[in-house]
Design a protein around this ligand. Structure first.
Ligand code: NAP
Length: 463
């Protein structure tokens, strides 16, 4: 007779792929259940915490404090961390299906959306995703070629990521040196010649995606003024109606209004917020970016109530030498796992992975976070999202819809990784790296000084 999963006789064995916020919230939600569960978390990098370590801006340390919650989850005896293990090569889809009853993909959205305009592939035109990863010391982006010896940068999009990259470019090194920004980025920013940063929205000020805490910060920059054209703040009737009860958006507009009134106080840098402009071409001379040709837009309310932008046929060129597109993220497909390429995420229903050919649930496979719902929401949004997926999983366990792993020996995974020569990092080893980084930071009055490359991190645990 087969034993029910998630009992003392047969604990439920779950693999989580990805050690970012959504993975940790999923682990936390599983371990809180009144059921016998063990969780093994696999992460490609030696360091856990994903977007908290490599995405959240270095000058937003208060947001990074959430990693304490993840540390509490990681301290649970039923939790194991396998860092420096790549899904698809070091451990495959087949392996996890053999060794675990259920797998939860928590791989976030590592890639970005494109503008699909001429010139997008020029040197010094890149995604905000790459630029963020570079200044946050992500091992894959140490060598990103960012040329800051230009006079102006243009950021496309007006979400919170656009705010982060514009702010980092606008801040002095004095404002950044006490953070955990990567040393290579701090050194490059120290020699930045950028004086003007243009943040360009295709729609109007009532359709921005940033939040008021982020726009507020532009009024408190040491070396940059924030410039808004009063004319571009005028709202059409549909926009006014759409934000009537939206206090967050009203606050955004208040800040933009205040910036438009102050204009310039003569600081050496300026951040310009521009509205109703769509980049149509990145211009260059001798392979160097010289500017961005933008089409002026007007707004058009659609029958669904969504307020869209449409081109007017008039154009304007903004001179600049660096272009950062900040128009949203996409997940990256995983070997052996279905992927919805159009939406840039994993097909699922309430966190249950769906096979797109049969449109049926794949038993035992789940997804959380940005990989599940797309790149929206703040870090905390991933908590209820993970709870939802874990509830789907536990309902399936109750209804005996989760297939039992063929090999339920908890040591089998260690053996498999060792046989393959995978030098995995345990939670205890990560704590060694973490403490060394913090100690190096303390000596400099910073939260931490990050080890950047995988090799550097591995040297600390395998000297
Ligand atoms: P986002 O909030 O979705 O913003 C994307 C921006 O790109 C929008 O302004 C969008 O304009 C624009 N856009 C999209 N396609 C475009 C195109 N083809 N041409 C021109 N503009 C285009 O995305 P995000 O900034 O990447 O942020 C992702 C999530 O992370 C958000 O939920 C954000 O709040 C969160 N986040 C939070 C923080 C924080 O809490 N401090 C920091 C960073 C990120 P339309 O509106 O016209 O589509």
């Amino acid at each position: 007779m087969s034993t029910q999963l998630a009992t003392d006789d047969r604990p439920l064995r779950v693999a989580i792929i990805g050690a970012g916020p959504s993975g940790f919230y999923a682990a936390g939600a599983l371990l809180k259940k009144d059921a016998v569960v063990t969780v093994d978390m696999f992460e490609r990098l030696p360091a856990p915490h994903g977007l908290v370590r490599y995405g959240v801006a270095p000058d937003h340390q208060n947001i990074k404090a959430v990693s304490k919650v993840y540390d509490r989850t990681a301290a649970d005896d039923r939790f194991r961390f396998f860092g420096n293990v790549e899904f698809g090569t070091d451990i495959t889809h087949e392996d996890v299906r053999e060794l675990y009853d259920a797998v939860i993909y928590a791989v976030g959205a590592q890639s970005d959306r494109q503008l699909n305009i001429p010139g997008e592939d020029l040197p010094n035109s890149m995604s905000a995703t790459e630029f963020v990863a570079w200044y946050n010391g992500h091992p894959d982006y140490v060598d990103l070629d960012v040329d800051l010896s230009v006079k102006a940068a243009l950021v496309v999009g007006v979400g919170n990521v656009a705010m982060d990259v514009a702010r980092i470019l606008a801040k002095s090194t004095d404002e950044l040196k006490d953070t955990d920004i990567a040393d290579h980025a701090l050194a490059a920013l120290e020699h930045s010649e950028i004086e003007d940063i243009y943040v360009v929205a295709r729609r109007g000020p009532a359709q921005v995606k940033f939040t008021s805490a982020e726009i507020r910060e532009f009024g408190h920059l040491d070396v940059a003024d924030t410039i808004v054209f009063p004319d571009e703040l005028r709202l059409d009737a549909a926009s006014s109606a759409s934000i009537k009860d939206d206090t967050g958006m009203q606050k955004n507009l208040d800040y933009l209004q205040a910036y438009s009134e102050i204009h310039s106080t003569g600081k050496p840098r300026r951040v310009h917020f521009r509205f109703l402009l769509s980049p149509v071409e990145i211009l260059s001379e001798d392979g160097k970016i010289t500017g961005v040709k933008c089409e002026r837009n007007r707004l058009r309310a659609t029958t669904s109530g969504y307020i869209n932008s449409e081109g007017t046929g008039e154009y304007e060129t903004i001179d600049c030498g660096l272009v950062l597109r900040s128009v949203g993220y996409r997940s990256v497909p995983l070997p052996g796992v279905p992927f919805d390429d159009r939406r840039g995420r994993f097909p699922n229903e309430v966190g249950r992975m769906i096979d797109p050919t049969t449109e049926r649930v794949i038993p035992g496979e789940y997804v959380v976070g940005w990989a599940k719902r797309g790149p929206s929401g703040v870090i905390g949004t991933n908590k209820p999202d993970a709870v939802e997926t874990v509830n789907s999983l536990m309902d399936d366990v109750q209804r005996c819809k989760v297939p039992r792993a063929e090999n339920d020996n908890p040591e089998a995974v260690d053996k498999l990784l060792q046989e393959r020569g995978v030098n995995y990092v345990t939670m205890k080893e990560w704590h060694v790296i973490d403490e060394l980084e913090r100690a190096a930071g303390e000596a400099q009055g910073r939260p931490r000084v990050k080890f950047i490359t995988v090799e550097e991190m591995m040297e600390q645990v395998n000297p």
